[in-house]
Design a protein around this ligand. Sequence first.
Ligand SMILES: [Zn+2]
Length: 288
Amino acid sequence: MRALLRWPFFLGCLSAGFGFSAGNALAQSGRAPSAAASPAVAAPSVAAPAPAAPAVAARTILAIGAHAGDMELTTGAVLLAAAQRGDRVVILHLTLGEGGNPRLTPDEYGAQKRRETLAVAKALGAEVMFGPYRDGEIPNDEAARRYVADVIRQVKPTQLFTHWKESLHKDHWITSAIVQEAVLLAALPGVQLAHPAHRGIRALWYADNWEDATNFTPFVFVKVADTLDAWRAAVAQYEFARGAIAGFPYVDYYTALATVRGAVVYKGKAVAFAVEPEARRRVLDALP
Ligand SMILES: [Zn+2]
């Protein structure tokens, strides 16, 4: 029964996740941790569809990463494409990733990361929320699950991106675990949080991250040929992403990965995601 309770929504497929979009207003803003329980984002204003267009519900995509930069590097080209189509895009960073620069104190690097995060989000057409946690110290506890659940209730996503379940980085797999549990908490009306229950998530997709590669299998591929150059310019605003701090060439790696993922699905450039087993299920009335 628990498995049924865990997924009280349709776990999306490629066709359901990305396609036509209605036009939503976009706003970009920084959020202090204490602001998490207050409305952080404007309500979407949906443009009237063209007369001949099919009626498609507006999308809100919420990407939840452990460190500022994680979601933008792995899914940013998809987020940018969604924003350009008029979807609302929100990125929640549970930490700034402020511990990653040996030449600066966490406070100094955190201030830099915050500036970089806001600039990258603006370039991607995304809103930003900052969680209350410190780099390397994301707690895998009920309070964190309830915090993320209330962000989900506040943002009301239709699509949710986060880390894959297994990772060499503790913050990453804990974030994944928190998000999976938070989806359930957010959906249950009996769970008392600041915002009312939200059950509208159509897809939970796991990002393709080199640090989260253990048992990661890509199942969903999204073409990003049209946004890859702009994504690359956006994320290069992170000093660490240019390889200037730890030496790992993040931007080059994820650019190359888009070529690899795109090649196997004949889309030129693509970003891949893992999904839950339930989302791979196919139910047919007859052989296709
Ligand atoms: Zn990270």
